[in-house]
Design a protein around this ligand. Structure first.
Ligand code: SF4
Ligand code: SF4
Length: 341
């Protein structure tokens, strides 16, 4: 069953998308028991983001689980940066604003690492970068998961799908920081208009502006969240990797692999290849499309699901959106550490 995979194509209409999702779900065998408590791990979008997946799709997954006597709930975890999801209460407010309510979905919406971000556990990992990995405790509490991911571009991983949803998505805030820690801002002075946005959004007080000077970045204080880089209106900041650029890809995969060891026997992975934009749903704004809608993939392994998504989209749109990111390293490294054969 690990290699089983379903794909159902759709066009950009909501009717076509919903039909495709229902079809692919109907054909997917559930590795769950009646009465199981199953978390639907998704991303309900940062405040101001216009590209996150509508809750209408999560509601279909809830119905699919309920029809089999399963008890679903929807979850995400708190994040590093300022915005609408830094602590659990803010994150639930953002979920509500984006339509992810208990009433609409037909199940509870909760925060996987607790409202205060402290409901966390350490998992054994034993890898090169991480000997242990810290995640939301929800991975221990639930009987299983549906990993529901919006497949799209990402500024540090080049693409974001199931691997990233499991890795960054379940990680505690500290673990998120450990993964991001090597990405620091570098100013392209000639592009900077001194607007101060980077200093305003910096959650660590590392980006500062004095008078009419160019911004400065204290790279000791910097937690590498990349928020300033993502939100600079002039693209005047680029990522300066403290280490080899491959390290972020490897850390992402190690975290996903450690989580996967715990959840693999009772998890379905779904990639939604719709509204395929250049950037993550973590960023405010309306990001440009890099590919047309393709459909939905249901699988039982995140690496296989993401590889399949790239087959449908093609590598070119990802390479064009994020030309200098060695995203292929995620697949190579997954094999090297035995995450995926
Ligand atoms: S956000 Fe960009 S343009 Fe504005 S001050 Fe910072 S680096 Fe300069
Ligand atoms: S300076 Fe560092 S901590 Fe501050 S927003 Fe930029 S990347 Fe994040």
């Amino acid at each position: 069953m690990k290699k089983a995979m379903r794909f159902q194509e759709c066009d950009a209409t909501e009717e076509s998308r919903l039909t495709a999702l229902r079809t692919v779900l109907e054909k997917t065998k559930k590795p769950f028991q009646r009465g199981d408590s199953i978390g639907i791990k998704l991303h309900w979008g940062e405040t101001g983001n216009k590209n996150f997946l509508s809750p209408v799709y999560a509601r279909e997954i809830v119905k699919w689980l309920r029809a089999a006597g399963i008890k679903p709930f929807v979850l995400d975890t708190t994040v590093l940066y300022s915005g609408g999801r830094r602590d659990g209460r803010e994150a639930l407010n953002t979920a509500t604003k984006h339509g992810f309510t208990d009433d609409y979905l037909g199940c509870e919406v909760l925060i996987g690492d607790g409202l205060d971000g402290k409901s966390i556990i350490d998992l054994p990992a034993g890898f090169q970068h991480f000997k242990t990995v810290q995640t939301g405790k929800v991975i221990q509490d639930a009987d299983g998961f549906v990993i529901f991911s919006h497949f799209k571009g990402h500024m540090e991983a080049a693409f974001g799908g199931s691997i990233k949803n499991i890795s960054m998505g379940f990680a505690s805030r500290a673990q998120k920081q450990r993964m991001h820690a090597d990405a620091k801002p570098k100013l392209i002075v000639k592009k900077c208009i001194k607007c101060g946005e980077c200093a305003d959004v910096c959650p660590a007080g590392a980006a500062t502006m004095a008078g009419n000077q160019f911004p400065v970045y204290d790279l000791v204080k910097c937690i590498g969240c990349a928020q300033c880089i993502a939100l600079c209106p002039e693209t005047a900041l680029k990522i300066k990797w403290d280490t080899d650029i491959n390290v972020f890809q490897e850390k992402l995969v190690e975290t996903a692999a450690a989580v996967w060891k715990v959840i693999q026997n009772k998890t379905v992975v779904i990639n939604a290849l719709i509204d395929i934009v250049a950037e993550c749903d973590c960023l405010p704004g309306n990001h440009h499309k890099i590919a047309e809608d393709k459909g939905f993939i249901c699988a039982y392994h995140p690496v296989l699901a993401d590889a399949e998504a790239i087959k449908h989209i093609g590598a070119d749109p990802i390479n064009k959106a994020h030309p200098h990111i060695p995203w292929q390293r995620q697949f190579e490294y997954a094999k090297e550490i035995g995450f995926c054969s």
